[in-house]
Write a protein that binds this ligand. Sequence first.
Ligand code: FES
Ligand code: FES
Length: 908
Amino acid sequence: MFLHGWSVDMKEAAIQFVLNGARISCTCDPDMTLLRYLRGTACLKGAKNGCGTGHCGACTVLMNGRPIRSCITKMSRVDGAEILTIEGLKGEDGGLHPIQKAFLDVGAIQCGFCTPGMVLAAKALLDQNPNPTEQEIVKALEHNYCRCTGYVKIIEAVALAAAWLRGEEPSQEEIRFLEHSTISLGEQEAQEPQKYRVLGQSIWDLDGPGKADGTLAYCGDMVRKDMVYGAFVWAPAPKGRVTGLDLSEAEAMPGVLRVITAEDVPGENRLGTFDREQPVFCDKEFNFLGDMLALVVAESEEQARAAAQAVKASWQAADGIYTIEDGIAKGSILMENGRQTGDVEAARTQAAVTVSGDYELERVEHGCLEPECALGCIEDGLLTVYATTQSPFEIRRMLGHIMAMDESTIKVVGTHLGGGFGSKCDAHIEAAAAVAAHVMNGPVMINLDRRESLLLSTKRHAYRTSYQVGFNADGTFSYLDASLCSDAGPYNNLSGGVLMQSCIFAGGPYHIPNISVKGKAVRTNNVLGGAFRGFGINQGAICIETLMDEAAEKLGLDPFEIRRRNALRIGSRTVGGELLKHSVGLVDTINLCEKLTREAVAEYAPLYPRGDKVLGVGVASGYKNVGVGKGVPDDGGCILTIREDGKLEMRVSGIDMGQGFRTAMLQICSEATGWRIEDIDVISGDTSRTLRHGQAVSERQTLNSGRAVVEAAARLKAECEANPWQPGERRQAEYYFVAPPTYKLEDEEARRTQGDEYRNYPAYAYTTQAAIVEVDKSNGKVKVLKVVAAHDVGRAINPHIIEGQIEGSCSMGIGYALQESFPSENGVPVNLYYGKLGLPKAGETPAYEIALVEDPEPLGPFGAKGISEVATVPMTPAVLNAIHDAVGVRMRRLPATPERVLAAMKRR
Ligand code: FES
Ligand code: FES
């Protein structure tokens, strides 16, 4: 019997319920959310807080067998109910449940932040419907977002679990109904395929079991003795001057321990990766809504947030800049970049075909399911920051300036990330956490809510571009004349690097003899632009690839053929002037993509004989740097230790944000050392335990850190051969790898002095992708039916990881084309809810045909290159080209929403 009824004080009620099989009686605020109870009172951290507004599904638990979003479920509703969280889900043997095992088996877990919610949503479905169709699975997952996987493997995992629970052992083909992939050697590969022991196997994600059962701790799950909480006081408007801060009311509120302001910063009150421009706490002026004026520290997060509202700022509004056009008109230029080579003016007069277009490309949010979080504390005598970061060493360097401390007295640990995609490169809240821990001399947790995360985090830059491209009669490029302008927001952060990269890749993966590329980054008072999968390549790719399609049409050439005629090959030069010498698998990807696309179209075409729904096919190629390059050192290190117990400890430089870095390093280490996977412990992300490395960006880690692993393994093996290891001994070998020097685009001196050794990046990954779409002419709605993706990966270390990276990237590229945007008006974002970002959902998952080409990269471990970003690059223009193929309209303004497609069709 459960007891019902409220206490006299309506803020307290007796609630009884069953939690994971145990009877619970508690007295609590009936308005408290179940999520807060679970994560706080019950210390069950498996249910995640991705949005707190009922949009993302990360907090899903089962109530009486049905999935609910615990962040919007009040404890009053829980009275008398039976609750199952991920911690209560077990298999018959007490270990992982078959659903969790299925997620691991098919590679459906990347960052894992969505996984507990997804698994429980699947459980609710399979308990009711043991044999669901694909549509029924998709429907069951409709309230759960995953930003990493593109849903393909999640849908397949549910189908596999259903089969297992029915007592069946399905074949791979029965389960992989949404994807098919093959691996082949590139044309450049001369020798026989190598046989490897561990490489090439789709082993489970190293941290997957902890992600599946909810035990893996993300930053926001961490707890320290005497931990207190911080909440920010945000800028009151996008642009203004601070004239005073009245802290008195906030300081008198319950639980408040301290209000921290710029005066508490011991060193330089500035942060930033390249230029230290952004204030840690604003004391004079604020320049966007993500600027922070103060941090309230209190005994609970709720108390800190309440008191932050009570801090009274006196301020004066100032005129801001809110559009790229206004910024150019007012001369608010953060930086310029570009390159001119050949004779564009002469080529313009001689070109057989000229195509041109102006593009409006909207700002886009990363949509990591995990919001930003940082825990500052004092640990082992070191000022320590645990943070959701892709850049632990960069942050340590910045903290040295901010705290006026030697870097050796600071430790930064990048925790397991619930997605990154570039948004967790820049330091924002880590500095405040460090200052707070220093001031409080103890642990301070800062956890952003979704609204704060959307205001503060960087976005894919909005761009305005203007392109003109000329072709010769044989379909080869004659010239490129491009201008690209980005909206950087108020501070540089990585906008300069993004702009340079936009310029270097402005011509796509093609040889172009005459080039004029001009880039500008405009300083505005909108949200910050920053790194995002592709890092500035995507915007130019949209322009060059759609114009190339237009040119092919005018020239009477097939879209694959025009790309083949212009494709970069060994011996080609890039827009930057770099001579490509090896591992250029682009033509292989064009050929493979063409073959597979023609087969796929033959299957779809008969399904669209006539009517409102029409079929379209679009193709695009792309390439992407492996390594940051552009003059920034690309490095990675590895320390291998044979411990006394005979286990191998690998301390490897890098961060895993769900892309499978740690698993890939484990496989490389096992292959290189001969050690068994289960005998290797992997440590990463900790500045006090790993060798220095640059940010976890630019598809660089597999190449740099992977190469360091291989070289450290060789050293360790050589030492053990000379002097065999004995039980009880410790043996260690390390290697710090630095890729050959690279140069900035504008470095004419290097171009002249280095000759054919001049390069912008350590290496490149190449791809060609096709989209097969259905366009509904009655309403303009576009549905991507199938993606064909051919990629030159150098060497496939773990095929499931690679497929997952491609599918997740493609999902983002499709979202960018059709539905994602983060608009703002006068510096104020229009939407601050996760569910209104336009992110793809499970029901929008296309089928995939993936072909991997192995054209080994000499610098990479066993020839491997990176794969985590490049698939986004051609995906967006491939979809736009497919829309044109279907209904004859060129979409130059993104996203290509149904309304815009319909309007374009009417204008035709
Ligand atoms: S955290 Fe509950 S739906 Fe997002
Ligand atoms: S694995 Fe789904 S959000 Fe990362």
